[in-house]
Design a protein around this ligand. Sequence first.
Ligand SMILES: NC(=O)c1ccc[n+]([C@@H]2O[C@H](COP(=O)([O-])OP(=O)(O)OC[C@H]3O[C@@H](n4cnc5c(N)ncnc54)[C@H](O)[C@@H]3O)[C@@H](O)[C@H]2O)c1
Length: 250
Amino acid sequence: MFDVKGKKAIITGGAQGLGFSLVKAFHNEGVEIAVIDISHEILNIAEKIGNDGSTIHAVKGDLLHIESLRESFKKALEHLGGTVDILINSAGLIERKPAFEFSLESWNRILGLNVTSVFELSRLAAIEMKKQGSGKIMNMGSILSVLGGFHAAAYSTSKGAILQMTKSLSNEWACYGIQVNAIAPGYMLTTMNNDLVNDVERRVQVDARIPAKRWGTPEDVVGPALFLASSASDYVTGTLIPVDGGVLGR
Ligand SMILES: NC(=O)c1ccc[n+]([C@@H]2O[C@H](COP(=O)([O-])OP(=O)(O)OC[C@H]3O[C@@H](n4cnc5c(N)ncnc54)[C@H](O)[C@@H]3O)[C@@H](O)[C@H]2O)c1
């Protein structure tokens, strides 16, 4: 039921963090993957995971620029032989700053990657998935899809939009056998949170808010992602699954 062996996936933001952990886990489950990332590190991803490059394909591309996004998607699809079963939109950006000091340039960058690129990639993937009558699209939301956050206005706006986009696209595409869902990680130990982790005062505040009494690890998102990628979730669509050690339930 949870078997994803032989499926083909495109995963964005897979050079590090949650995306990397998903690439590793899905590879171990027998999924062929094309990984899109802007980082140079992406070029070593197959080697890093111990694959000879036959079932993990690296596509270096900037998802903030529409031509590069479309070219990256085209290359990813070519690597996978022209079909895609699973799309995981994990690439994302945050900038923590008071709203008074926030530049519009940063605002547009964050909304551009966290929202616009997710919409366009989902649309391109769904066009292919509709042809085969099935597909799984997974977006990385956040606890800030629901909470307002602090000093992260652009980020929480973008993740709130992910929640609505997930529902909206699910409404349109469920009838084609395409499930669109989101995962809402809480406080996870990735480089995205280095500044929080290193800020002793904030770290103590965050620690106190997590009922599980620990931060999440990149491996914590693997189980829910495999569920959402497998036929076990064929009647689950348009929803947000928190992976947050209980933060949203407080
Ligand atoms: N880490 C957390 O605590 C946390 C919490 C909630 C949600 N999330 C979400 O989960 C996702 C992954 O987060 P993470 O912690 O792994 O982040 P990360 O910063 O570790 O990794 C993000 C990846 O996205 C890539 N990327 C950045 N800009 C890009 C661009 N323009 N084009 C292509 N790739 C680009 C980076 O190179 C990197 O590999 C993000 O969407 C994030 O918002 C993370």
